[in-house]
Structures are given as C-alpha cells and as structure tokens.
Design a protein around this ligand. Sequence first.
Ligand code: ZN
Length: 410
Amino acid sequence: MKMTERQFTLIKKQLEKLTSQECFYQKKLEGIDIDAIKDQSDFEKLPFTWKGDLREAYPLGLKAVPDEKIVRIHSSSGTTGTPVIIPYTQKDVDDWAVMFARCYEMAGVTNLDRIHITPGYGLWTAGIGFQLGAERMGAMTIPMGPGNTDKQLRMMMDMESTVLCATSSYALLLAEEIAKRGIGDRIKLKKGIIGSERWGEKMRRRIADELGVSLYDIYGLTEVYGPGIGINCDHNTGMHYWDDYLYFEIVDPKTGEPLPDGEVGELVITTLCKEGAPLIRYRTHDLTRIIPGECPCGSKFPRIDVILGRTDDMVKVKGVNIFPSQIDEMLKDIEGASSEYQVMIDHLDGKDILTLFVEIEKDANAYAMEHILGDAFKAKIGIAAIIKPVSIGELPRSEKKSTRVFDNRY
Ligand code: ZN
C-alpha cells in the first residue's frame, strides 16, 4: 500500500516526538537517525513492534504523555501471563469514537436505530467501544454485556433493538434460542455487527438466515484503539479501514518483507495520531491482504480482506505460505469432499512434500476425488500436494484449526 504524503508527514512528526522524550520508543529506536527517514522505503526499514515488547512494558511503560493527560486504560487479555496495558488520552477516546461511529454509518446504522450491545464491558475494549461509537452517532444504546439469555431476549423484544453487536458465537447462540422459542416475529433486528473472532461462511449464513439480518464484520484490537478501525460495507468486498488514523502494511510473516497489494500476509499497523500509546509497525499476527482498487460503494477508504487466520497457523512449503483457512475455503466448493482434513509436511530426499488427507463422502469416487482435489489444491495454493482421500470419521476431530497441520520437517 502506497503511503500518502499526509500519512508520511504524521508518522515523521510522531517519530520525532517519540525519540525526543523519555518513553518506550526512545529506547526502541535508539541509534536510528529519524532525520534520515525520507520516504516510505526508509520507514519500512524501522524495526517492528511485537506483542512481547508491549508485554515487557507492563504496567505503564508504553505511556507517551504525562500522567495528567491519561484518562483511562484498557488491557488485552493476557492468555500467556502478563497482560498488555494501553493508556488512552481524551483525544484517543474521542478519535476511537469517531472511527467507531463511521463503522456504524458504513453499515447503514443511523441515530434512529437501537443498538443492543452484548460484548463485555470492563478492561477490554469491546463493549465500551460499541457504546462510544453509538453515542457519538446519537443512537439509543442498550448496554447489555454478555450472558443471561432470558434477559437479552426480553430486552431485545421490549426495547425493539434493531442492531445486534456480538461475537459470532454469541450471535449464533441468540439466533438459535430465538428460533427455539419461536419468538422470531417479535424480534426487530435488521443488522448484526460481529466482531473479534474469525468465523466461517457457513456460520455467517446460519446467523443471517436465523435472525433475518445483514451482517457486518468489524475489525480492531485493543493495542490499536479497539474494535472499530474497520468494517465491511453492503457490497461485502472486504473491510474498509480508516487510513486517516492508521497506516496498514502487509508483510511476509516469515521474512518481514513488505508484500504487494493483493497478496496475503501479516497485517502491520502504525498509528498516525494516537497519543497515549502510539505504535510504530505493530505486528498484529492477523493474516489478511490489501484489496486493490476501489469498492463499488464509492468509499475512498481502502480495504483489507476479512481476517483469514493467525500467522501462528501458517506454514511455508516450497516458498509458498499456506494457512488452514485457504484449505477450508477450497474444500467448501468441492462436491463430495467434507470439511475435515489434515495436512502433513515432510522433508524427504532434499525436498518438501505436502500430503493432504481429506474425508470424502461415502458415494464419492476416491480415484476421481484424488484428481479433483489435486487440481484444486494446485490452482488455489500454487504447489502440488499428494492427496489421500479417506472415509468420513477417519480423521481426528479437533476444535483448533492449527492442529490440522503437522509440520514434520524440523
Ligand atoms: Zn465499500
């Protein structure tokens, strides 16, 4: 993605400020001549910021302004021990609200809507972000938080909620509960704004059908404001993101080299005007791509694809990056193939060999399937694979996508 002049100026200004005062980035960028950064390619030589760096800065090491400017903190869930604390100034909170309100507007939500918010409130950025954006836009909010299905449904009916904000799994749970109780005609929902986890096309269709709503994917992460930094429009051609607040790069997760628009890699984010805890080249571990060209909706905001997975799930074979969601997607379109598969990667006689085990339906012809799957794999992924069709139920079942890929090379 080509950096605009405005983005470059803002980044440069931020780098100058951060290196001239005692803070996280003064240490991080020590020895780098900021004056010598003249263009995008110089910027791309700056070191990345990793989640581990942020964790090491615990508790308030990321703070880049004096104490009196900080109005709140948020924290990302610390699944691996020490959490990350992100301090916010009033301007950061306001900017986040502006971005989030834009998300609602992109989804066609107006101040006449009634917004039912089920993500949690508290240290993490979910519920409060949905709240901020809705209030900024002037819509009535119903700040439910998660849980208590009876109360959720009762409020949804009595308050005549028109917009549901939820994670995909909670939206599905509510949809199923509404169907089970036969109260669909008393539910006034028109739109669902779904955040924070990767979800498949199948689940999307189920939620949309059961609730009778249009669905929108909202993107964000606590380290970079929170949810609300991108969302898809009605054309559903990826998520627009707010490039006046953020600079997005896509890099090869293994080498860190910038990738051309359209290619899948890791999303790296630089904040352009964040005060409390600015971030330079932050590695999100989210896999996506820049969608080239303009959206049919006419919006000038650029787009990234929906999040295709996490870099931890990715493997590199014969110079090609492969991740499980590509295989999910490939299998979805092949008649006779189930969604269950396993990938084995071995190193034999000096070369990498990829074997794809796929469960096929009982009446499918294994020989024919081997060819169909082999061709599809080559076309979609770009390298050859050995295909081993197996019967339904033969492969172990697992909740986690990443356990479907076994790399035996190291
Ligand atoms: Zn659009």
